[in-house]
Ligand binder design. Structure first.
Ligand SMILES: [Zn+2]
Length: 178
């Protein structure tokens, strides 16, 4: 017998409490939970704080823009010489953004989480048409800016384990400056 330790907080809401002995969370599920917490925190930090029932698609759009500051995808501005180049030869000062694919996946997870937390599908702000429009705009503008419309990215050359690479470096350059 496996005594599964449940860290899962009990949901008092929602009619069907069918999954009592829940298996360990999948990557998707734990990511969804993290996203949901992040979004909840974001709403709380608004002035005045926004409750979930007040939340509508504008809050979601603001949330998506807010997330851009943590993005890791270079999106060239129109004035940049590398605009439209998939592989710029030099760095530039264009901002980093959230890749539209990450945002798209995020919205999918939050949309599901909203309904799991008792939200009704009819009022689900994540399913709002305005979000879809926004995501499509982000997708199009990023595709243009980066010059990679719908082409698959080539797989990056795999690098050996960092430790190994480091060892090789040591072998190649045995004389280390003290
Ligand atoms: Zn640029």
């Amino acid at each position: 017998m496996n005594s599964s330790s449940t860290i899962v907080s009990k949901d008092s809401s929602g009619g069907s409490a069918s999954n009592q002995a829940s298996p360990p969370l999948s990557r998707y599920e734990s990511q969804k939970r993290r996203d949901w917490n992040t979004f909840g925190q974001y709403l709380k930090n608004q002035r005045p704080p926004v409750s979930l029932s007040q939340c509508h698609c504008n809050h979601v759009l603001e949330f998506l823009r807010y997330l851009d500051q943590f993005g890791k995808t270079k999106v060239h501005l129109h004035g940049c010489v590398f605009f439209g180049q998939p592989d710029p030869p030099a760095p530039c000062t264009c901002p980093l953004r959230q890749a539209w694919g990450s945002l798209d996946a995020l919205i999918g997870r939050l949309r599901a989480a909203y309904e799991e937390h008792g939200g009704s599908p009819e009022t689900n702000p994540f399913g709002n048409g305005a979000i879809r429009v926004y995501l499509r705009e982000v997708k199009d503008s990023q595709a243009k800016a980066r010059g990679i419309p719908y082409k698959k990215k080539k797989k990056k050359k795999r690098i050996n384990h960092p430790l190994k690479a480091h060892d090789e470096l040591l072998i190649k350059n045995p004389k280390q400056p003290a």
